[in-house]
Design a protein around this ligand. Structure first.
Ligand SMILES: [Zn+2]
Length: 311
């Protein structure tokens, strides 16, 4: 930082009485995603090291300066104030040009990667844009698929997404990893969080760290799997009125939102060009052109591995 200081992060370790696999739980890569922090804390609070075979390590506040301000991005000083998305920085570079790259490199090389046989990087939607409960994962990686299927949540977004996200850095290092998404930013959604805690306890049982019967899984909730997320982008400025809700099924051509100008006139109508399920919606009621208003999870016969998504 400009003071010459590094940021500390909060690390909790539950080391089992017997040896075994090591699972790393991460939250706070984005600083406004509080249900992700609570999910990790809730899993850790349920663990009894005396009953465990293996180790679970939690890092709850990866992007410290972003969390201090409960903001998505890491504030740095470029040409004046600047904002860096830490989930585009992984695996980082200890000797990189920028402070966020060095922070990512130090954490990944010295804390996260050396302690992980599997890793889960918890997120939520972003400020102003809510998402439903889903897992973002590369389901063509068998070790990833085996974990993700153990979550009793309604949707899986099966996509490699972009480089630079933390779970892809783990996968590139040979460590199976994925990203749970737990509803809206800035708030605690305890009902939704409990589903991810149940799924993560299943994952710890899957790896033999915990004993006991599995809880509910994706099969029990009829999980919907899509490989693409269609963004519906605002073409006008104005007030947005959604006509569908999160998790609703939509058909090709279905109207999903309208937008009014300052005189109350409808200036835009938005339809889905695909059949799928609503996985995210803008929650800020005002929008300018270019903002995503919704994402529709669907199955694309030729999926684009470089899709945008507010993870
Ligand atoms: Zn995030």
């Amino acid at each position: 930082m400009p003071t010459g200081q590094h940021w500390y992060v909060s690390v909790t370790v539950a080391r089992g009485a017997r040896p075994g696999k090591r699972v790393v739980l991460v939250s706070g890569v984005h600083g406004d995603e509080m249900s992700s922090v609570h999910a990790v804390q809730s899993v850790m609070n349920q663990l009894d090291p005396a009953e465990m075979s293996g180790t679970v390590m939690a890092v709850t506040d990866v992007s410290r300066p972003a969390i201090e301000g409960m903001q998505r991005r890491w504030p740095n000083s470029g040409r004046g104030a600047d904002l860096i998305d830490m989930n585009r920085e992984w695996p980082g570079n200890e000797n990189g040009v920028t402070a966020p790259s060095r922070h990512a490199g130090l954490l990944f090389n010295r804390l996260l990667r050396p302690n992980a046989d599997a890793a889960i990087d918890f997120h939520t939607g972003t400020t102003g844009f809510d998402v439903t409960a889903f897992n973002l994962a590369s389901m063509d990686v068998p070790e990833v698929r085996a974990m993700v299927e153990l979550y009793p949540v309604g949707q899986i977004f099966d996509n490699h997404v972009y480089p630079g996200v933390l779970h892809n850095a783990f996968v590139d290092a040979g460590i199976p990893s994925f990203t749970p998404e737990i509803g809206a930013a800035r708030v605690l959604n305890l009902e939704m969080t409990s589903l991810f805690v149940e799924g993560t306890m299943n994952v710890l049982k899957h790896h033999g760290i915990l004993a006991g019967p599995m809880g509910r899984t994706g099969k029990d909730v009829g999980v919907y799997i899509g490989n693409s997320a269609l963004p519906i982008i605002a073409t006008q400025g104005g007030l947005v009125e959604h006509l569908v809700k999160l998790n609703d099924k939509v058909e090709v051509g279905q109207k999903v939102a309208i937008q009014r100008n300052s005189f109350g006139q409808v200036v835009a109508e938005y339809t889905s060009s695909v059949a799928g399920e609503v996985t995210g919606q803008r929650s800020d009621a005002m929008s300018e052109p270019g903002n995503p208003l919704a994402f529709i999870l669907f199955n694309n016969t030729t999926p684009d591995s470089r899709e945008t998504y507010p993870e």
